[in-house]
Design a protein around this ligand. Sequence first.
Ligand SMILES: C[S@@+](CC[C@H](N)C(=O)[O-])C[C@H]1O[C@@H](n2cnc3c(N)ncnc32)[C@H](O)[C@@H]1O
Length: 470
Amino acid sequence: MNRATLGKKIDKKTIDELKNDTNVLLSFLENQNDGTIIYTLEKLGKLDNDNSRNPLLNLLENPNEKIRSLSIKNLAKIGDIKLLDIFVKHASKDESTDVRRESVSAIGRLRKPEIIPTLCNFLKDNDPKVVMQAIRGLLVFSSKKEIKDELKKLINHPNEVIQEVISKELNGSKYSSKSSQKHDESPIYMQNTVVGADVQETMKYVPNESIHLTFTSPPYYNARDYSIYQSYEEYLNFLEEVFKEVHRITKEGRFFILNTSPVIVPRISRAHSSKRYPIPYDIHPLLIKMGWEFIDDIVWVKPEASVKNRNGGFLQHRKPLGYKPNAITECLMVYRKKTDKLIDWNMKQYSWEKVKNSKVEEKYETTNVWQIDPTFDKVHSAVFPIELCDRVIKYYSFINDLVFDPFAGSGTLGKSALKLKRNFFLTEKEDKYIDRMKQDLLKNSDLFDLQKQQVNFVDLNTFISLSNTI
Ligand SMILES: C[S@@+](CC[C@H](N)C(=O)[O-])C[C@H]1O[C@@H](n2cnc3c(N)ncnc32)[C@H](O)[C@@H]1O
Protein backbone atom coordinates (compact mmCIF):
# COMPACT_ATOMS: atom_id res chain seq x y z
CA MET A 1 0.00 0.00 0.00
CA ASN A 2 1.49 3.37 -0.91
CA ARG A 3 1.64 6.31 1.46
CA ALA A 4 -1.28 8.17 -0.13
CA THR A 5 -3.55 5.13 0.35
CA LEU A 6 -2.18 4.60 3.86
CA GLY A 7 -2.93 8.25 4.61
CA LYS A 8 -6.58 7.68 3.73
CA LYS A 9 -6.80 4.48 5.79
CA ILE A 10 -4.99 5.85 8.85
CA ASP A 11 -6.19 9.43 9.11
CA LYS A 12 -5.78 11.74 12.10
CA LYS A 13 -8.99 10.50 13.75
CA THR A 14 -7.79 6.87 13.57
CA ILE A 15 -4.39 7.84 15.00
CA ASP A 16 -6.06 9.62 17.95
CA GLU A 17 -8.23 6.57 18.63
CA LEU A 18 -5.17 4.30 18.52
CA LYS A 19 -2.93 6.28 20.79
CA ASN A 20 -5.60 6.87 23.40
CA ASP A 21 -6.24 3.17 24.03
CA THR A 22 -3.38 0.81 24.86
CA ASN A 23 -5.23 -2.37 23.87
CA VAL A 24 -6.53 -0.99 20.59
CA LEU A 25 -3.00 0.17 19.65
CA LEU A 26 -1.48 -3.17 20.74
CA SER A 27 -3.81 -5.30 18.67
CA PHE A 28 -3.63 -2.92 15.70
CA LEU A 29 0.19 -3.06 15.59
CA GLU A 30 0.24 -6.85 15.93
CA ASN A 31 -1.73 -7.30 12.72
CA GLN A 32 0.00 -4.90 10.37
CA ASN A 33 2.84 -5.17 7.92
CA ASP A 34 6.07 -3.20 8.39
CA GLY A 35 5.04 -0.38 6.04
CA THR A 36 1.81 0.29 7.95
CA ILE A 37 3.56 0.11 11.34
CA ILE A 38 6.21 2.59 10.16
CA TYR A 39 3.57 4.93 8.77
CA THR A 40 1.60 4.79 12.04
CA LEU A 41 4.72 5.40 14.16
CA GLU A 42 5.65 8.38 12.02
CA LYS A 43 2.23 9.92 12.47
CA LEU A 44 1.69 9.33 16.20
CA GLY A 45 2.40 13.00 17.00
CA LYS A 46 2.31 14.23 20.60
CA LEU A 47 1.99 11.56 23.30
CA ASP A 48 0.29 13.32 26.23
CA ASN A 49 -0.64 10.14 28.09
CA ASP A 50 1.03 6.82 28.84
CA ASN A 51 -1.27 4.64 26.70
CA SER A 52 1.29 4.05 23.94
CA ARG A 53 4.15 3.02 26.26
CA ASN A 54 3.58 -0.77 26.25
CA PRO A 55 2.76 -1.10 22.55
CA LEU A 56 5.96 0.86 21.77
CA LEU A 57 8.08 -1.19 24.22
CA ASN A 58 6.74 -4.32 22.48
CA LEU A 59 8.22 -3.13 19.20
CA LEU A 60 11.76 -2.69 20.52
CA GLU A 61 12.73 -6.24 19.59
CA ASN A 62 11.21 -5.99 16.10
CA PRO A 63 13.69 -7.16 13.45
CA ASN A 64 13.07 -4.02 11.38
CA GLU A 65 15.51 -1.33 12.52
CA LYS A 66 13.32 1.51 11.26
CA ILE A 67 10.50 0.25 13.52
CA ARG A 68 12.85 0.04 16.52
CA SER A 69 14.21 3.49 15.82
CA LEU A 70 10.75 5.08 15.48
CA SER A 71 9.57 3.30 18.64
CA ILE A 72 12.47 4.80 20.60
CA LYS A 73 11.72 8.20 19.09
CA ASN A 74 8.10 7.97 20.24
CA LEU A 75 9.01 6.65 23.68
CA ALA A 76 11.24 9.70 24.08
CA LYS A 77 8.15 11.88 23.75
CA ILE A 78 6.75 10.35 26.95
CA GLY A 79 9.70 11.96 28.76
CA ASP A 80 9.84 9.49 31.67
CA ILE A 81 13.21 9.03 33.43
CA LYS A 82 12.15 5.41 34.19
CA LEU A 83 12.79 4.70 30.49
CA LEU A 84 16.49 5.64 30.87
CA ASP A 85 17.69 2.02 31.27
CA ILE A 86 15.83 0.96 28.14
CA PHE A 87 17.33 3.80 26.15
CA VAL A 88 20.82 3.01 27.49
CA LYS A 89 20.42 -0.66 26.55
CA HIS A 90 19.55 0.20 22.93
CA ALA A 91 22.13 3.01 22.75
CA SER A 92 24.85 0.54 23.76
CA LYS A 93 23.81 -2.75 22.25
CA ASP A 94 21.50 -2.30 19.27
CA GLU A 95 23.12 -3.52 16.06
CA SER A 96 21.74 -0.59 14.07
CA THR A 97 23.67 2.66 14.27
CA ASP A 98 20.44 4.54 13.58
CA VAL A 99 18.71 2.98 16.60
CA ARG A 100 21.78 3.72 18.76
CA ARG A 101 21.79 7.37 17.65
CA GLU A 102 18.03 7.68 18.24
CA SER A 103 18.43 6.14 21.71
CA VAL A 104 21.15 8.64 22.72
CA SER A 105 18.92 11.40 21.41
CA ALA A 106 16.08 9.97 23.59
CA ILE A 107 18.38 10.07 26.65
CA GLY A 108 19.18 13.72 25.90
CA ARG A 109 15.49 14.55 25.61
CA LEU A 110 14.93 13.45 29.21
CA ARG A 111 16.77 16.68 30.20
CA LYS A 112 17.35 15.61 33.81
CA PRO A 113 20.74 15.92 35.61
CA GLU A 114 20.69 12.10 36.18
CA ILE A 115 21.46 11.59 32.48
CA ILE A 116 24.76 13.52 32.56
CA PRO A 117 27.12 10.61 33.44
CA THR A 118 25.43 8.39 30.84
CA LEU A 119 25.80 10.99 28.09
CA CYS A 120 29.43 11.61 29.10
CA ASN A 121 30.08 7.90 28.54
CA PHE A 122 28.70 8.13 25.02
CA LEU A 123 31.19 10.91 24.22
CA LYS A 124 33.74 8.11 23.91
CA ASP A 125 31.66 6.12 21.39
CA ASN A 126 33.37 5.32 18.11
CA ASP A 127 30.35 6.34 16.01
CA PRO A 128 30.52 10.14 15.44
CA LYS A 129 26.70 10.31 15.05
CA VAL A 130 26.29 8.87 18.55
CA VAL A 131 28.88 11.30 19.93
CA MET A 132 27.07 14.22 18.26
CA GLN A 133 23.81 13.23 19.93
CA ALA A 134 25.54 12.98 23.31
CA ILE A 135 27.04 16.45 22.79
CA ARG A 136 23.60 17.79 21.90
CA GLY A 137 22.12 16.37 25.09
CA LEU A 138 24.97 17.74 27.21
CA LEU A 139 24.81 21.24 25.73
CA VAL A 140 21.57 21.73 27.70
CA PHE A 141 23.80 21.71 30.81
CA SER A 142 26.72 23.65 29.29
CA SER A 143 26.58 26.33 32.00
CA LYS A 144 28.03 23.71 34.43
CA LYS A 145 31.83 23.82 34.56
CA GLU A 146 32.22 20.03 34.66
CA ILE A 147 30.22 19.70 31.41
CA LYS A 148 32.33 22.36 29.69
CA ASP A 149 35.45 20.46 30.81
CA GLU A 150 34.09 17.21 29.38
CA LEU A 151 33.25 18.85 26.06
CA LYS A 152 36.65 20.57 25.90
CA LYS A 153 38.28 17.14 25.74
CA LEU A 154 36.71 16.70 22.28
CA ILE A 155 38.39 19.73 20.73
CA ASN A 156 40.83 17.48 18.85
CA HIS A 157 38.29 14.75 18.04
CA PRO A 158 39.16 13.03 14.73
CA ASN A 159 35.75 13.90 13.29
CA GLU A 160 35.75 17.35 11.64
CA VAL A 161 32.08 18.17 12.36
CA ILE A 162 32.52 17.36 16.07
CA GLN A 163 35.62 19.59 16.17
CA GLU A 164 33.70 22.46 14.57
CA VAL A 165 30.68 22.13 16.88
CA ILE A 166 32.86 22.01 20.01
CA SER A 167 35.00 24.92 18.90
CA LYS A 168 31.95 27.07 18.15
CA GLU A 169 30.18 26.16 21.40
CA LEU A 170 33.21 26.74 23.59
CA ASN A 171 34.97 29.61 21.85
CA GLY A 172 32.13 31.39 20.05
CA SER A 173 32.64 32.66 16.50
CA LYS A 174 36.20 32.22 15.23
CA TYR A 175 35.82 34.39 12.15
CA SER A 176 37.28 37.82 12.59
CA SER A 177 36.32 40.29 9.92
CA LYS A 178 39.12 42.23 8.26
CA SER A 179 36.83 44.89 6.88
CA SER A 180 35.32 48.02 8.33
CA GLN A 181 32.67 48.12 5.61
CA LYS A 182 29.09 47.04 6.32
CA HIS A 183 28.20 43.62 4.92
CA ASP A 184 25.67 44.94 2.39
CA GLU A 185 28.00 47.64 1.04
CA SER A 186 30.97 47.60 -1.34
CA PRO A 187 33.70 50.07 -2.39
CA ILE A 188 32.11 52.65 -4.69
CA TYR A 189 35.14 52.91 -7.00
CA MET A 190 34.78 49.22 -7.86
CA GLN A 191 31.09 49.37 -8.73
CA ASN A 192 30.28 48.80 -12.41
CA THR A 193 33.96 48.94 -13.25
CA VAL A 194 35.85 46.93 -15.85
CA VAL A 195 39.62 46.80 -15.41
CA GLY A 196 41.49 45.95 -18.60
CA ALA A 197 44.43 44.19 -16.94
CA ASP A 198 45.76 41.00 -15.46
CA VAL A 199 43.49 39.80 -12.67
CA GLN A 200 46.30 39.10 -10.20
CA GLU A 201 47.78 42.58 -10.65
CA THR A 202 44.35 44.13 -10.24
CA MET A 203 43.29 42.21 -7.13
CA LYS A 204 46.31 43.57 -5.22
CA TYR A 205 44.39 46.86 -5.11
CA VAL A 206 41.10 45.42 -3.95
CA PRO A 207 40.41 45.72 -0.21
CA ASN A 208 39.64 42.64 1.93
CA GLU A 209 36.00 41.55 1.93
CA SER A 210 34.70 43.77 -0.89
CA ILE A 211 32.86 41.22 -3.04
CA HIS A 212 29.46 39.63 -2.45
CA LEU A 213 29.52 37.00 -5.22
CA THR A 214 32.03 35.68 -7.73
CA PHE A 215 30.91 33.73 -10.76
CA THR A 216 33.56 32.84 -13.29
CA SER A 217 34.70 30.50 -15.96
CA PRO A 218 38.50 30.45 -15.97
CA PRO A 219 40.60 29.92 -19.08
CA TYR A 220 40.46 26.33 -20.32
CA TYR A 221 43.86 24.70 -20.01
CA ASN A 222 45.45 25.28 -23.43
CA ALA A 223 42.21 24.23 -25.05
CA ARG A 224 41.40 27.61 -26.59
CA ASP A 225 43.60 30.29 -28.08
CA TYR A 226 43.54 32.88 -25.32
CA SER A 227 45.59 31.09 -22.68
CA ILE A 228 48.87 29.22 -22.88
CA TYR A 229 50.46 27.55 -19.87
CA GLN A 230 53.72 25.61 -19.83
CA SER A 231 52.19 22.73 -17.93
CA TYR A 232 48.98 21.60 -16.23
CA GLU A 233 50.71 22.14 -12.91
CA GLU A 234 51.49 25.74 -13.82
CA TYR A 235 47.86 26.21 -14.86
CA LEU A 236 46.52 24.82 -11.56
CA ASN A 237 49.02 26.92 -9.56
CA PHE A 238 47.83 30.01 -11.41
CA LEU A 239 44.17 29.30 -10.64
CA GLU A 240 45.05 28.50 -7.02
CA GLU A 241 46.71 31.89 -6.58
CA VAL A 242 43.81 33.72 -8.22
CA PHE A 243 41.18 31.96 -6.11
CA LYS A 244 43.12 32.58 -2.88
CA GLU A 245 42.87 36.27 -3.64
CA VAL A 246 39.19 35.91 -4.54
CA HIS A 247 38.79 34.32 -1.09
CA ARG A 248 40.51 37.29 0.59
CA ILE A 249 38.32 39.87 -1.17
CA THR A 250 35.06 37.94 -0.62
CA LYS A 251 32.79 38.93 2.25
CA GLU A 252 32.21 36.56 5.14
CA GLY A 253 29.99 33.60 4.26
CA ARG A 254 29.45 34.68 0.65
CA PHE A 255 29.48 32.53 -2.48
CA PHE A 256 31.97 31.65 -5.19
CA ILE A 257 30.65 29.73 -8.17
CA LEU A 258 33.15 28.17 -10.46
CA ASN A 259 32.22 26.99 -13.94
CA THR A 260 34.64 24.45 -15.37
CA SER A 261 34.61 21.11 -17.11
CA PRO A 262 37.20 18.52 -17.99
CA VAL A 263 39.04 19.62 -21.14
CA ILE A 264 40.60 17.56 -23.84
CA VAL A 265 43.92 18.51 -25.40
CA PRO A 266 44.00 16.93 -28.87
CA ARG A 267 46.58 14.31 -29.82
CA ILE A 268 49.60 15.44 -31.83
CA SER A 269 49.29 12.58 -34.32
CA ARG A 270 47.44 9.30 -34.79
CA ALA A 271 50.36 7.57 -33.04
CA HIS A 272 49.47 9.35 -29.76
CA SER A 273 46.37 9.69 -27.70
CA SER A 274 44.61 12.89 -26.71
CA LYS A 275 44.67 13.82 -23.05
CA ARG A 276 41.74 14.71 -20.84
CA TYR A 277 42.27 16.96 -17.81
CA PRO A 278 39.70 16.69 -14.98
CA ILE A 279 39.90 20.39 -14.07
CA PRO A 280 36.95 20.63 -11.61
CA TYR A 281 38.16 17.62 -9.64
CA ASP A 282 41.73 18.89 -9.45
CA ILE A 283 40.78 22.42 -8.40
CA HIS A 284 38.29 21.28 -5.76
CA PRO A 285 40.81 20.14 -3.09
CA LEU A 286 42.80 23.35 -3.57
CA LEU A 287 39.69 25.43 -2.93
CA ILE A 288 38.82 23.52 0.23
CA LYS A 289 42.35 23.94 1.54
CA MET A 290 42.26 27.71 1.10
CA GLY A 291 39.02 28.09 3.08
CA TRP A 292 36.10 27.64 0.70
CA GLU A 293 33.34 25.36 1.90
CA PHE A 294 31.73 23.09 -0.69
CA ILE A 295 27.98 23.74 -0.92
CA ASP A 296 26.53 22.30 -4.13
CA ASP A 297 27.29 21.02 -7.58
CA ILE A 298 25.08 22.20 -10.37
CA VAL A 299 25.25 20.50 -13.74
CA TRP A 300 24.77 22.69 -16.78
CA VAL A 301 23.38 20.55 -19.60
CA LYS A 302 23.58 21.61 -23.25
CA PRO A 303 21.76 20.10 -26.22
CA GLU A 304 23.77 17.29 -27.81
CA ALA A 305 23.71 19.00 -31.20
CA SER A 306 25.63 21.96 -29.75
CA VAL A 307 28.75 20.03 -28.75
CA LYS A 308 31.54 18.42 -30.73
CA ASN A 309 30.57 14.92 -31.86
CA ARG A 310 33.03 12.29 -30.59
CA ASN A 311 30.85 9.34 -31.54
CA GLY A 312 31.91 8.88 -35.16
CA GLY A 313 34.40 6.03 -34.64
CA PHE A 314 32.35 4.05 -32.15
CA LEU A 315 29.22 4.41 -34.26
CA GLN A 316 31.06 2.48 -36.99
CA HIS A 317 33.19 -0.10 -35.14
CA ARG A 318 31.14 -0.68 -31.92
CA LYS A 319 34.18 -2.16 -30.17
CA PRO A 320 34.32 -1.92 -26.37
CA LEU A 321 36.95 0.46 -24.92
CA GLY A 322 36.54 2.72 -27.93
CA TYR A 323 33.37 4.30 -26.50
CA LYS A 324 33.48 8.13 -26.35
CA PRO A 325 30.37 9.89 -25.00
CA ASN A 326 29.58 13.40 -26.17
CA ALA A 327 30.32 15.78 -23.31
CA ILE A 328 27.16 17.87 -22.94
CA THR A 329 27.65 19.00 -19.35
CA GLU A 330 29.70 21.56 -17.47
CA CYS A 331 30.04 21.89 -13.72
CA LEU A 332 29.00 24.84 -11.62
CA MET A 333 30.68 24.18 -8.30
CA VAL A 334 29.16 26.27 -5.52
CA TYR A 335 31.38 27.27 -2.59
CA ARG A 336 30.89 29.54 0.41
CA LYS A 337 33.63 31.46 2.23
CA LYS A 338 33.99 29.38 5.35
CA THR A 339 32.58 30.84 8.52
CA ASP A 340 30.87 29.47 11.59
CA LYS A 341 27.92 31.78 10.98
CA LEU A 342 24.79 30.42 9.29
CA ILE A 343 23.43 31.73 5.98
CA ASP A 344 20.64 33.30 8.08
CA TRP A 345 23.29 35.64 9.48
CA ASN A 346 24.17 36.80 5.96
CA MET A 347 20.49 37.43 5.19
CA LYS A 348 20.06 39.43 8.37
CA GLN A 349 22.75 41.89 7.24
CA TYR A 350 20.22 43.33 4.75
CA SER A 351 17.30 45.65 5.40
CA TRP A 352 13.80 44.24 5.14
CA GLU A 353 13.30 46.37 2.01
CA LYS A 354 16.41 44.98 0.26
CA VAL A 355 15.46 41.40 1.09
CA LYS A 356 11.95 42.00 -0.23
CA ASN A 357 13.23 43.53 -3.47
CA SER A 358 15.70 40.68 -4.00
CA LYS A 359 13.21 37.83 -3.59
CA VAL A 360 13.10 35.26 -6.40
CA GLU A 361 9.35 35.49 -6.93
CA GLU A 362 9.11 34.04 -10.43
CA LYS A 363 9.41 30.39 -11.50
CA TYR A 364 12.84 29.05 -10.57
CA GLU A 365 14.92 25.94 -11.23
CA THR A 366 14.23 23.39 -8.50
CA THR A 367 16.94 20.86 -9.41
CA ASN A 368 20.71 20.93 -9.79
CA VAL A 369 20.37 20.14 -13.49
CA TRP A 370 20.18 23.34 -15.49
CA GLN A 371 19.30 22.88 -19.15
CA ILE A 372 20.48 25.99 -20.93
CA ASP A 373 21.49 26.42 -24.58
CA PRO A 374 25.03 27.70 -25.07
CA THR A 375 25.62 31.11 -26.61
CA PHE A 376 27.94 31.56 -29.57
CA ASP A 377 29.74 34.85 -30.04
CA LYS A 378 31.61 36.22 -33.04
CA VAL A 379 34.44 37.67 -30.95
CA HIS A 380 34.77 35.40 -27.91
CA SER A 381 34.83 31.62 -28.19
CA ALA A 382 33.48 30.72 -24.74
CA VAL A 383 30.84 33.13 -23.48
CA PHE A 384 28.36 32.49 -20.69
CA PRO A 385 24.73 32.33 -21.80
CA ILE A 386 23.01 35.28 -20.13
CA GLU A 387 20.41 32.89 -18.66
CA LEU A 388 23.17 31.14 -16.72
CA CYS A 389 24.40 34.44 -15.23
CA ASP A 390 20.83 35.56 -14.50
CA ARG A 391 20.14 32.44 -12.44
CA VAL A 392 23.41 32.60 -10.51
CA ILE A 393 22.96 36.29 -9.71
CA LYS A 394 19.32 35.93 -8.68
CA TYR A 395 19.86 32.86 -6.48
CA TYR A 396 23.12 33.94 -4.83
CA SER A 397 23.07 37.75 -4.39
CA PHE A 398 20.91 40.63 -3.22
CA ILE A 399 20.07 43.85 -5.04
CA ASN A 400 22.98 46.38 -4.98
CA ASP A 401 25.54 43.65 -4.20
CA LEU A 402 28.91 43.67 -5.95
CA VAL A 403 29.37 40.65 -8.24
CA PHE A 404 32.77 39.80 -9.66
CA ASP A 405 34.08 37.94 -12.70
CA PRO A 406 37.90 37.76 -12.65
CA PHE A 407 37.94 36.26 -16.17
CA ALA A 408 35.25 38.42 -17.69
CA GLY A 409 35.68 37.66 -21.40
CA SER A 410 32.79 39.35 -23.16
CA GLY A 411 31.39 40.57 -19.83
CA THR A 412 28.15 38.57 -19.76
CA LEU A 413 28.09 38.67 -15.96
CA GLY A 414 28.22 42.48 -16.11
CA LYS A 415 25.29 42.64 -18.52
CA SER A 416 23.22 40.40 -16.31
CA ALA A 417 24.21 42.34 -13.17
CA LEU A 418 23.05 45.64 -14.66
CA LYS A 419 19.76 44.10 -15.72
CA LEU A 420 19.18 42.65 -12.25
CA LYS A 421 20.14 45.82 -10.36
CA ARG A 422 23.40 44.48 -8.98
CA ASN A 423 26.81 46.18 -9.34
CA PHE A 424 29.58 44.40 -11.19
CA PHE A 425 33.35 44.34 -11.08
CA LEU A 426 35.16 42.71 -14.00
CA THR A 427 38.77 42.06 -14.99
CA GLU A 428 39.88 40.96 -18.44
CA LYS A 429 43.38 41.09 -19.84
CA GLU A 430 42.70 40.99 -23.60
CA ASP A 431 41.99 44.32 -25.34
CA LYS A 432 39.82 42.68 -28.02
CA TYR A 433 37.46 41.36 -25.34
CA ILE A 434 37.41 44.73 -23.58
CA ASP A 435 36.29 46.26 -26.90
CA ARG A 436 33.63 43.56 -27.18
CA MET A 437 32.43 44.40 -23.68
CA LYS A 438 32.25 48.09 -24.46
CA GLN A 439 29.88 47.38 -27.35
CA ASP A 440 27.55 45.50 -25.04
CA LEU A 441 27.76 47.28 -21.74
CA LEU A 442 27.63 50.76 -23.23
CA LYS A 443 25.23 50.17 -26.11
CA ASN A 444 22.11 48.94 -24.40
CA SER A 445 21.31 52.31 -22.97
CA ASP A 446 17.59 51.82 -23.56
CA LEU A 447 17.73 48.57 -21.61
CA PHE A 448 19.83 49.85 -18.75
CA ASP A 449 19.45 53.22 -17.15
CA LEU A 450 22.93 54.61 -17.72
CA GLN A 451 22.06 57.84 -15.88
CA LYS A 452 22.08 55.79 -12.71
CA GLN A 453 24.48 53.00 -13.65
CA GLN A 454 27.59 54.59 -15.02
CA VAL A 455 29.94 51.95 -16.42
CA ASN A 456 33.70 52.64 -16.09
CA PHE A 457 36.37 51.08 -18.28
CA VAL A 458 39.79 51.69 -16.71
CA ASP A 459 43.37 50.50 -17.07
CA LEU A 460 45.44 49.23 -14.15
CA ASN A 461 47.08 52.58 -13.34
CA THR A 462 43.75 54.36 -13.20
CA PHE A 463 42.36 51.59 -10.99
CA ILE A 464 45.36 51.91 -8.65
CA SER A 465 44.85 55.64 -8.31
CA LEU A 466 41.12 55.13 -7.68
CA SER A 467 41.93 52.61 -4.96
CA ASN A 468 44.28 55.13 -3.32
CA THR A 469 41.53 57.68 -2.95
CA ILE A 470 39.65 55.66 -0.33
C1 LIG B 1 36.49 31.24 -20.42
S1 LIG B 1 36.77 32.88 -20.76
C2 LIG B 1 35.48 33.66 -19.90
C3 LIG B 1 34.31 34.03 -20.74
C4 LIG B 1 33.23 34.79 -20.00
N1 LIG B 1 32.62 33.97 -19.00
C5 LIG B 1 32.16 35.34 -20.93
O1 LIG B 1 30.97 35.26 -20.62
O2 LIG B 1 32.52 35.88 -21.98
C6 LIG B 1 38.20 33.27 -19.84
C7 LIG B 1 38.72 34.68 -20.03
O3 LIG B 1 39.77 34.91 -19.08
C8 LIG B 1 40.68 35.84 -19.67
N2 LIG B 1 41.94 35.74 -18.91
C9 LIG B 1 42.83 34.73 -18.93
N3 LIG B 1 43.86 34.97 -18.09
C10 LIG B 1 43.61 36.16 -17.52
C11 LIG B 1 44.28 36.96 -16.56
N4 LIG B 1 45.46 36.57 -16.05
N5 LIG B 1 43.74 38.12 -16.18
C12 LIG B 1 42.55 38.55 -16.72
N6 LIG B 1 41.87 37.84 -17.64
C13 LIG B 1 42.37 36.67 -18.04
C14 LIG B 1 40.77 35.38 -21.10
O4 LIG B 1 41.23 36.41 -21.94
C15 LIG B 1 39.31 34.98 -21.40
O5 LIG B 1 38.61 36.04 -22.00
